[in-house]
Design a protein around this ligand. Structure first.
Ligand code: ADP
Ligand code: MG
Length: 206
C-alpha cells in the first residue's frame, strides 16, 4: 500500500462528500444525545477544508493534512473541531518528510492522532467518543497486513456501531448518563465517514 499526495487530496474530498451527504443524519444523532449541531459543524468545517485543499498545488502529504487540521480547527467549532483538528495535525507531523505514505507511516500517523485526541479531550477508550473509532483504526492498521479497502471500511463501521452500547462519560452526551446507551455517538459516525473515505482511496478510487 502506498498513498500519494493526490490520494491525500482525494481522501479529504471524499470525506467532505460523505459528510455533506450525511449531514442530517449526524445532526439527528447529536439531537438524541447532544445539542444537535454536529452535522452542521462538520458540514461547515469539511466544506471549508475541501475548498482550501482544492485551490492548492501540494507537494507533500503532510501539507495536505496540515491545511486540513488548521481549517477544521478554526471552522468546525464545538467540542469536535479541536479534536479532529488535533488528529489531522498529529498525523501531519508524523508524516512530515515522507513523499508517499506506506503502511508503517500511516500506522504511526494514526497512533499519533490517537495520542493527540486523548490528550486534548482527556478521554480514554470506552467513553463513547470519536476516540473509540480512531483508536480501533490505529490498532487495526498496526496488526493488519491485508489492506483491502473493504476490510478498512468494515472495521470502521464496527467501531462506530460499538459506541451504541457504551455509556457516555465525556462530552455533552455524558449528561444523558444511562440514557446515552442505545445510540451511536455522533463524532464516531463522522469518524466512520472519514475512514470509509480513506478505505475508498486505499482501494484505488479517486
Ligand atoms: P459539541 O459537543 O460541543 O456540541 P459536536 O456536537 O460537534 O460538539 O461534537 C460532539 C462529539 O465530540 C461527540 O459525539 C464525541 O464524539 C466528541 N467528543 C466530545 N467530547 C469529547 C472528548 N472529551 N474527547 C473525545 N471526543 C469528544
Ligand atoms: Mg453537538
Amino acid at each position: 500500500m502506498e498513498l500519494t499526495v493526490q490520494d491525500a487530496v482525494a481522501w479529504i474530498k471524499k470525506s467532505n462528500e460523505k459528510i455533506q451527504a450525511n449531514k442530517d443524519y449526524l445532526t439527528d444523532l447529536d439531537q438524541t444525545i447532544g445539542d444537535g449541531d454536529h452535522g452542521i459543524n462538520m458540514a461547515r468545517g469539511f466544506h471549508e477544508t475541501a475548498e482550501k485543499i482544492a485551490g492548492q498545488d501540494y507537494t507533500s502529504y503532510a501539507d495536505v493534512l496540515k491545511d486540513t487540521a488548521m481549517t477544521l480547527m478554526s471552522k468546525v467549532g464545538g467540542a469536535s473541531g479541536p479534536l479532529f483538528g488535533t488528529a489531522f495535525l498529529k498525523m501531519s507531523q508524523a508524516l512530515q518528510g515522507s513523499d508517499a505514505v506506506d503502511h508503517q507511516t500511516l500506522t504511526s500517523g494514526l497512533e499519533e492522532a490517537v495520542n493527540g485526541i486523548k490528550q486534548r479531550g482527556k478521554a480514554t477508550e470506552g467513553e463513547k467518543t470519536l476516540l473509540d473509532v480512531w483508536s480501533r483504526m490505529a490498532d487495526f492498521f498496526s496488526h493488519e497486513t491485508d489492506f483491502a479497502g473493504e476490510k478498512v471500511a468494515e472495521e470502521a463501521k464496527s467501531a462506530m456501531e460499538q459506541t451504541k452500547d457504551m455509556m457516555a462519560t465525556k462530552g455533552r452526551a455524558a449528561y444523558f448518563k444511562e440514557r446515552s446507551i442505545g445510540h451511536i455517538d455522533p463524532g464516531s459516525a463522522s469518524s466512520f465517514y472519514i475512514f470509509e473515505a480513506l478505505a475508498e482511496v486505499i482501494e484505488g478510487g479517486t
